[in-house]
Write a protein that binds this ligand. Sequence first.
Ligand code: NAP
Length: 316
Amino acid sequence: MERKNRIVVFGGTGYIGKHLVKASLSLGHPTFVYTRPLTSQTPPSKIQLCKDFTSMGVTLLQGELEHEQILAVVKEVDIVICALPFPQAMEQLKIIEAIKVAGNIKRFIPTGFGSEEEKIKALPPFQAVLDEKRKIREKIEAAGIPYTSINANCFAAYFINYLLRPHQKLKDIVVYGTGEAKVVLNYEEDVAMYIVKAANDPRTCNRVVSCRPLKNIITQNKLISLWHQKSGQTFTNTFVSEEQIVKLSQTLPFPENIPVSIIHSVFVRGDLTSFDIGEDDLEASLLYPDYNYTSIDEVLDIFLVHPPLPASTSFG
Ligand code: NAP
């Protein structure tokens, strides 16, 4: 029987990292998590998560983002998935260097599972994030490392929490721009499954994979009306104009100017759907048609029964 690829997740204790670890385990991969050393200062929730991982069969590896320590880990596995938050994007240079030295890695998945950096031009704070993502890809290519770049678009639970705030039973909902831009909302569990599948797929080597399943394309106005139908709640929509959002991106300090610039790109300009996915492009739901992804409609049903708590995360 063919040996399953061994996968390490950097940032595996994080928001999307947890889903990646579960996806890797559920697809039968020996799974490793590289985490910063646990100390007396480590929050109890992270200690518990690490215990849960261990009982699920995950090998927990503790260390800093330092060359020798990363190299030792990389030598033990076949696939490296990085789910570090975007402020740590350039730390990936150390992972790239270790992968280059080790020479055994079959696939590297860099972090930054959001927009397609080659296809959009964003306001300066978000553009700087996209430029870093591009720089990392160039470094990976220059090092000759097999990689897959994943554009997961919006994480659905995160953005639905952000837009509709189901916990707060809001009467006022903020609509960005006209609310008519088409966005893509993909459920986190599915994003993680697509990433792990793509990491093992010869078709996706040195390619970009976009996650744009048809049932997950929606406007903000339509999302609000669907939520109204399902929850029975009524809302007043407060529209925030493009000018106001641009102004905020210019006046808010770093790093608060980044999320507002992402909102401009995604919800005002509709950048996630402003380009076609051509026949030669790779789209996750077409690559893996047997995988039954969760539609936005189904995500809202999940929210109706068990609204997930708003999570702290760094979207980008
Ligand atoms: P996160 O939860 O903020 O952090 C992930 C992990 O990284 C943490 O659990 C931590 O692991 C490690 N980490 C955090 N700060 C660190 C530091 N200063 N130095 C070293 N390690 C550190 O990350 P996330 O929100 O899941 O983001 C991961 C990726 O997903 C990013 O690229 C982000 O842009 C993207 N994202 C996309 C969307 C979207 O809608 N498209 C939404 C959210 C996030 P340990 O403590 O175990 O070391």
